[in-house]
Design a protein around this ligand. Structure first.
Ligand code: SAM
Length: 248
């Protein structure tokens, strides 16, 4: 049977499409793409001409059976998304699951992923982390989700769009506190790339200081809550301070 190659594409800088990714895309029979127009432009840039099949969240489940049949008949396929690694806040899960269920080979061709790129420069603990993708679009639901994540001790990675970045950071300040460590990465690998690692309060002020700061695409990396032992110690120190100080 043919292989399904899951191929990462650039998140901005076209130089990030690896030579191996190019070779694989050149070798397959057809390329499954989230948006055939966006991917068409990318492939044209690299001089790659292949039949494109649209695989997006609305049709993914329906066309899985047909794609699995094509693999079974010996065709090789690649799966790409508009940017970065497929399946990471992007379509592809239903297809890969179907390929696995059919016991056909799936092969990763790794490359850019905004979450990992942002984590690699955040200056926050990277030994254990949690990827939460996009939080809910409405503030009430977003605050509720942040509340559920408030005591998470691992580093948290979020995606956010320009429309909601200011409101999202305001909700982080409201729920997790202005002192919570927060790193923001904007327009990674692109012309107006910027990143900043400080606290939620500082990032909120930085966003408010210049309208350009809230343009583009964002990754937020939130420092985890102090571990339980630390939290208990801090609480003990707080109480001791009150007792020694003779205050409340
Ligand atoms: N599959 C992609 C990946 O591997 O990173 C993510 C796709 S998701 C639909 C798009 C979101 O990823 C954006 O809203 C933003 O949060 C983040 N993102 C993608 N490219 C980015 C970039 N160049 N700089 C910062 N964030 C980016």
């Amino acid at each position: 049977p043919g292989h399904l190659y899951v191929v990462a594409t650039p998140i901005g800088n076209l130089g990030d499409l690896s030579p191996r990714a190019q070779a694989v895309l050149e070798s397959v029979d057809a390329i499954c793409a989230e948006d055939t127009r966006t991917s068409g432009q990318l492939l044209t840039h690299f001089g790659i001409r292949k039949p494109l099949l649209a695989v997006h969240e609305h049709n993914e489940t329906d066309i899985c059976t047909r794609l699995v049949e094509r693999l079974r008949s010996g065709e090789t396929l690649a799966l790409i998304s508009d940017a970065g690694t497929p399946l990471i806040s992007d379509p592809g899960f239903a297809l890969v699951r179907a390929v696995r269920a059919a016991e056909l080979p799936a092969v990763a061709v790794p490359g850019a992923c905004a979450a990992i790129a942002a984590l690699s420069i955040a200056g926050l603990p990277s030994d254990r982390f949690v990827f939460e993708g996009f939080l809910p679009a409405k503030s009430g639901a977003r605050r509720e989700r942040l509340g559920q994540l408030a005591s998470e001790t691992r580093t948290l990675i979020l995606y956010e769009s320009s429309h909601r970045i200011t409101d999202c950071v305001a909700d982080i300040v409201a729920v997790l506190g202005a002192d919570r460590p927060l790193a923001l990465a904007r327009e990674l690998t692109k012309l107006y790339e910027q990143s900043r690692s400080s606290t939620a309060g500082d990032i909120a002020a930085w966003l408010a200081s210049d309208a350009n700061h809230s343009r583009g695409e964002f990754v937020l990396v939130i420092g985890g809550a102090p571990a339980q032992a630390d939290a208990t110690l801090q609480e003990g120190q707080r109480v001791l301070g009150i007792l020694l100080g003779g205050g409340l």
